[in-house]
Write a protein that binds this ligand. Structure first.
Ligand code: ADP
Length: 229
């Protein structure tokens, strides 16, 4: 099995492409969903966040007020680092568990849907392929305004706050050009899926897993022989 990172810019069509891949049967791990799950009440990260940031960051129902927490870390670099040191290991553990689940079920590849893939670069070293969903700036702006009910100025501000989509495009191995129709994008997604399915990258991990299992069995057999002799 191998890992594919999927990213894009705000309203460039990442969710649209992700749904198309899901419909084709690809396992998708959504980093945003994982990040929300690991801070749900009764989790280790939740307890540590409440311990360090105080109960004032909780909503009435006991869940973490993400907006309030966001404001706190926006104002303090130190607090942002503290929060990341609590959440990131939990996010990585949860993602690894999901990856392992799909690996054991025999999938050839898993897609990691990560909005800030190239901004944080924490995951890129583990990925065999990276995919950027691109669309031209005018289309991105008009789709963003329509989807989120924003004025042109608000939409421009949100786009400007991100790494330029053009830059992300230059960093990826594959680009889905989503400025046209959904059908056109669907065709590109199908082509990409076929390419990834045909890729032999998954073999390496399987060979390593088989070799490791065989090696371990050999060691266990050898140890048993010594113990029993
Ligand atoms: P992202 O997940 O990157 O923020 P979305 O997939 O939500 O972006 O797409 C942004 C908006 O544009 C949504 O309302 C979506 O329905 C619409 N959209 C995406 N791709 C197309 C397309 N090829 N043609 C028309 N509308 C599109």
């Amino acid at each position: 099995m191998f890992l594919v990172g999927l990213t894009g810019g705000i309203a460039s069509g990442k969710s649209t492409v992700s749904s198309m891949l899901r419909e084709l049967g690809c396992p998708i791990i959504d980093a945003d969903v994982v990040a929300r799950k690991v801070v749900e009440p009764h989790t280790p990260a939740y307890s540590r966040i409440v311990y360090h940031f105080g109960p004032a960051i909780l909503l009435e129902n006991g869940e973490i007020d993400r907006q309030k927490l966001g404001q706190l870390i926006f104002a303090s670099e130190e607090k942002r680092k503290l929060l990341n040191s609590i959440t990131h290991p939990e996010i990585h553990k949860a993602m690894l568990k999901e990856i392992l689940f799909y690996f054991l079920r025999g999938y050839r590849y898993v897609v990691l849907d990560v909005p800030l893939l190239f901004e944080t670069r924490r995951l890129t070293q583990f990925l065999n392929h990276t995919v950027v969903v691109y669309c031209d700036p005018a289309t991105q702006l008009s789709r963003l305004m329509q989807r989120d009910g924003l004025t042109q100025e608000q939409a421009e501000q949100r786009v400007a706050a991100q790494m330029p989509l053009n830059e992300k495009r230059g960093l990826a191995n594959h680009v889905i050009e989503n400025s046209g129709s959904r059908e056109d994008t669907h065709r590109q997604v199908l082509r990409l899926h076929t390419k990834l399915e045909d890729s032999m990258d998954f073999l390496l991990v399987r060979v390593i897993a088989i070799a490791a299992t065989a090696g371990l069995s050999g060691i266990l057999l050898y140890a048993a022989k010594i113990l029993l002799s």
